[in-house]
Design a protein around this ligand. Structure first.
Ligand code: ADP
Length: 295
């Protein structure tokens, strides 16, 4: 009887000990799971916070850069508006207060006309850049001879900078190549590209323009190549961003507002085409390649 009691006691004792061990074990696992869970949760939160901080910093840096570009843009636009106005004012005052010979008067009128063109050009650029946001801006589509269009754009730029015909050469094409589009808009795009090619070639521009059937079917490639300042590979995409200007080398002071290529890009895109920039590096000239669908 005693033995049985002892056996029962030890059995219960054993079961209790086992239960305790089990409880301890389970408790230990549970506690650890909680810790592991806490650890995992902590890591996730930590990663989230770090990602948040990184994203926030990137966002801030971008905003600072944007605001710097906006400031630079405002400065250059204000300058571009003020300078021709000041110049026109000065000539008008001279004409009003002094006796000026008829030849000189003609010269003054020419300068004032050039200044007013410069004003109009700046205003046009700012207006088109704000219009490009509109998805449904109207444009008149017609079939255009691309050679003629390039020739017209080149003569606008030649007369803007008083250049001889050899400075912008347009290579002959075997056949008349035609595109479908708005002549006014496409001319704006090509004038901008040619203007840049001349503007960023400080030692005298040699610009060559070539039109070729693209390797891609039903497309045309237009190459506008200059011998100017060129650009590093990292800039090739950025130059199409609104307000973006490549930092200029010391001593170079080419004026601009960073809108030209942004406008060109949106016009070409609207015509179902694409534009890319290419350069072997700073100081080694640039080529802009416009691809448009054939008419
Ligand atoms: P802007 O000429 O008014 O600065 P754009 O949008 O026309 O603005 O051009 C953006 C930038 O791209 C320019 O500031 C210049 O640094 C660079 N760029 C454009 N065209 C050329 C070119 N033909 N050769 C070298 N750099 C160019």
């Amino acid at each position: 009887m005693r033995r049985r009691k002892t056996a029962i006691f030890f059995l219960i004792f054993g079961i209790s000990l086992s239960a305790l061990a089990l409880a301890l074990n389970v408790g230990w696992i549970l506690l650890n799971i909680r810790e592991v869970a806490l650890l995992v949760l902590g890591m996730i939160f930590f990663a989230l916070i770090i990602t948040g901080i990184v994203l926030n910093t990137i966002f801030l840096v971008r905003e600072v850069r944007k605001s710097e570009q906006h400031d630079a843009f405002l400065n250059s636009v204000t300058h571009e508006l003020k300078t021709p106005i000041a110049s026109i004012r000065l000539y008008l005052e001279t004409l009003k207060t002094r006796d000026v010979s008829p030849e000189k008067q003609q010269e003054f009128y020419d300068v004032m006309l050039a200044d007013s063109d410069r004003l109009l050009n700046t205003v046009d650029q700012v207006l088109s850049a704000s219009k490009t946001g509109e998805t449904r801006s109207r444009y008149d589509v017609e079939e255009l001879d691309i050679g003629g269009l390039l020739e017209d754009s080149a003569s606008i730029v030649r007369s803007r900078y008083n250049l001889d015909p050899g400075s912008i050469r347009i290579a002959e094409t075997e056949a008349e190549l035609r595109v479908q589009g708005d002549s006014h808009e496409l001319q704006t795009a090509f004038v901008n590209l040619l203007d840049n090619a001349v503007k960023y070639s400080p030692g005298g521009a040699k610009v060559s323009v070539r039109v070729k059937a693209s390797p891609i079917r039903n497309r045309l490639d237009i190459f506008i190549k200059d011998n100017g300042v060129g650009m590093e590979a990292t800039e090739l995409k950025r130059v199409f961003k609104r307000f973006y200007r490549v930092p200029q080398a010391d001593g170079m002071k080419v004026k601009g507002n960073g809108l030209g290529l942004f406008i060109v890009n949106s016009i070409i895109k609207k015509h179902g085409g694409s534009i890319t920039a290419d350069s072997k590096g700073a100081g080694r000239g640039s080529t802009f390649i416009v691809q448009l669908p054939k008419a």
